[in-house]
Design a protein around this ligand. Structure first.
Ligand code: CA
Length: 229
């Protein structure tokens, strides 16, 4: 189940604030990684790209703004949403002025409910299945909240791994996923699984999607991986 949880990186130098954030995000079902400074944050992101980053502006040495700027200039991390935390609204105005590319800004002291809502808004755009959205692709409907999949109105029987594979595909139809990327996303980074396992589950997914007929929507991209449509 781990890989289905959205992952969040919390970057905050004050331990108490960091703990509060982590506690609340974990309670909301997030997999939380924490960094106490900018250098650590940049290192962690290059090792394991999170789904979203909550980044404090005031950090020792490398500031939150600099971290944000660096992440938004790198192709690999550009699409990761960043929510900046700032102590004063004037700072937020400055961040906006600097055009660091942050996706949202929250002024401290913030309400945790408000912050969680902002986090979900960002994820609805980038990882819709992880926040219980309903995804549609051609005649396939995936309801992440009820964990059900329909094709042309008929319910499909799907194993948990196939469900995660399909939600990954449906979040970005047309995108080609390599076997390694699917392993990271669907099985999780910490679990050792052979890339051939991916092929096995793709086979099962194809079978499941066609259990009431219809063409196979999963495309094999030679030398690259798999895509939906
Ligand atoms: Ca701080």
């Amino acid at each position: 189940m781990a890989a289905e949880q959205p992952s969040v990186l919390v970057v905050e130098d004050e331990p108490a604030q960091r703990e509060v954030l982590a506690y609340n995000l974990e309670a909301e079902g997030f997999r939380v990684t924490m960094a106490g400074n900018g250098e650590e944050a940049l290192l962690l992101v290059s090792e394991d790209r999170p789904d979203i980053i909550v980044l404090d502006w005031m950090l020792p040495n490398v500031s939150g703004i600099e971290v944000c700027r660096q992440l938004k200039t790198r192709t690999e991390t550009r699409s990761v949403p960043i929510i900046m935390l700032s102590a004063r609204s004037e700072e937020v105005d400055r961040v906006r002025g600097l055009e660091t590319g942050a996706d949202d800004y929250v002024v401290k002291p913030y309400s945790i409910v408000e912050l969680m809502a902002r986090v979900r808004t960002q994820l609805r755009r980038t990882r819709p299945a992880s926040v219980g959205e309903r995804l549609e692709f051609e005649d396939i409907v995936l309801d992440a909240e009820s964990h059900k999949v329909f094709r042309s109105g008929q319910i499909l029987k799907l194993g948990p791994t196939e469900f995660r594979l399909l939600s990954t595909f449906m979040e970005k139809p047309g995108r080609v996923w390599s076997r390694e990327q699917l392993l990271d996303r669907v099985w999780g980074r910490d679990i050792y699984v052979d890339t051939r396992t991916v092929d096995v589950h793709i086979g099962r997914l194809r079978k499941a999607l066609c259990q009431h007929g219809g063409p196979d929507p999963v495309r094999t991209v030679r030398g690259a991986g798999y895509a939906l449509g």
